[in-house]
Design a protein. Sequence first.
Length: 168
Amino acid sequence: MAKLFIQSMPTEEEFRNSATRWDFEADVDALYTNFLFSKVASEIEKGMENYLAPHNLSSGRFTILALLNEESEGLMPSDLSNRTGVTQATMSGLIASLEKAELVRREAHKSDARSSIIKITEKGEGVLKQIFPQWSPQVSAFWKIITPEERIALTAILEKIVKATAPK
């Protein structure tokens, strides 16, 4: 499904005026904050997808490579699904595309013949080594729009939200 987001952002006043036409009582402050947060998240995601596209990667494929890069023994597809919050069917498709690109390989599980372990290949490691040094300065440049103090405060707020919304 295509991800759509309003490109021309309303001001807070315009948002509040629009809210007066709703037929229900709403926490307009919370809705406006959510609207702004969604816009920022959308821009971050769009920037990452645009950066990864020339490397023939999506954010999903990149995430799998990054996870596997941290696990020298590899991971089972079900572990990858659980860690990324996608279905096993979606993960199977992502793994298949990474295998085809020779960025990961599938090995037999040592103790369970029915299962397999997914490992990053040298080529996959090479792709990450190429991407991270180029991507990191872009991320840093994005966050320079706020002061270091604001970033520390925002990080604390985001950690609080992540903790509160984590699966129990």
